[in-house]
Design a binder for this molecule. Structure first.
Ligand code: DP6
Length: 329
């Protein structure tokens, strides 16, 4: 039998970060994380099962080679093993955001790939099972299966037990309707992948354990803040959690630094906005770009303030976006 499916997925930005695995092969995280799915920078992926001799993978019009190819092939092997199938596939992906610059392209990418590949290979998976599958491609992708505010549970144990208990689920709160102003200060791909950086941090930073413990407290507090619809508290927890993650990776040996002088300039502008009474809080992932959480009403002002810093920064404003979906053919 052959099959074909196309899926669309959006990136998500973690407000309580995932930074470190307890099991690298199963992508089991040390801590639970919480994110917001966006409505910009979508990935669209088509998977077609073929009778060809090898997987063919195309990314934004160019054939994938080397480690990018291998990573997707390994992921398809997982799907094939679950489906009891052996045929190869053609994968065509189009991504409309900058790749590898800490703008979560692997999250939308593996969420779309998991959704399309599961259907193409005849697997009938619910959202929770899809989130567990997407997790095996990139941890953060588990959260992009769902829209709005989403938690990814660390789960318990290793191997099979860990795999079953480490899934994502939506937690509501969409009525908060925040904006996320993405300040793009550098579009080039990063030099250290988040995968390598989180491994180095867990293995060498003397502050990793304390970070993980404080992040678990942030997670509990963040869940309560989302439940009561308290955007200021959500922002405050998100900012301190992100700064803590960066502080911790700075103490890896050797230290890892994604923050650039331009990132710091944006952080200063966010602080100045707050001093002016604007609800604005920053978060930063594995790259120099800064994402500013604010209300929908303040988004234009926040964007204008950030852009006025100079030519080095441009902005894109996102709102809450939907989970991964199959597109009709
Ligand atoms: C800083 O999900 O890209 O964005 O699981 O190794 O593929 P792998 O890592 P990835 O890491 C994301 C790190 C982060 C924080 C987050 O999204 O929670």
């Amino acid at each position: 039998a052959t099959g074909e499916a196309t899926a669309l997925a959006y990136p998500n930005i973690a407000l309580v970060k995932y930074w470190g695995k307890r099991d690298e092969t199963m992508f089991l995280p040390v801590t639970s994380s919480l994110s917001m799915t966006l409505d910009i920078f979508a990935t669209t992926t088509t998977v077609r099962v073929t009778d060809g001799p090898a997987d063919e993978i195309e990314f934004n019009g160019t054939a994938a080679t080397g480690s990018a190819h291998t990573r997707i092939e390994r992921f398809l092997d997982l799907v094939r093993a679950k489906a009891g199938r052996t045929e190869r596939a053609t994968v065509v992906t189009v991504n409309d955001g900058p790749t590898g610059a800490g703008l979560a392209s692997s999250a939308s990418g593996f969420a779309a790939l998991a959704t399309a590949a599961a259907t193409a290979y005849g697997l009938d998976l619910d959202g929770r099972a899809l989130s567990r599958l997407a997790r095996r491609g990139s941890g953060s992708a588990s959260r992009s299966i769902f829209g709005g505010f989403v938690v990814w549970h660390a789960g318990e144990g290793d191997g099979e037990a860990g795999d079953l208990s480490s899934y994502a689920e939506p937690i509501g709160g969409d009525e908060l309707d925040p904006a996320l102003v993405v300040a793009v200060v550098n579009q080039t791909a990063k030099t250290v992948s988040s995968r390598d950086a989180m491994r180095a941090t867990t293995q060498t930073s003397p502050f990793y354990r304390p970070w993980a413990e404080s992040s678990m407290l942030d997670f509990d507090e963040m869940r309560r803040a989302v439940a009561r619809g308290d955007l200021a508290a959500i922002g405050e927890i998100a900012e301190r959690n992100a700064l803590g993650m960066h502080a911790t990776m700075l103490t890896a040996r050797p230290g890892i630094r994604y923050l650039s002088p331009h990132s710091l300039a944006v952080l200063d502008a966010v602080q100045a906005l707050r001093a002016d009474g604007v609800l604005a809080y920053a978060t930063i992932d594995a790259g120099p770009n800064v994402k500013v959480l604010c209300t929908r009403a303040d988004a234009a002002r926040v964007a204008a303030t950030v852009e006025s810093l100079g030519d080095f920064v441009t902005t894109r404003t996102a709102h809450i976006g939907p989970g991964a979906t199959l597109l009709p053919d």
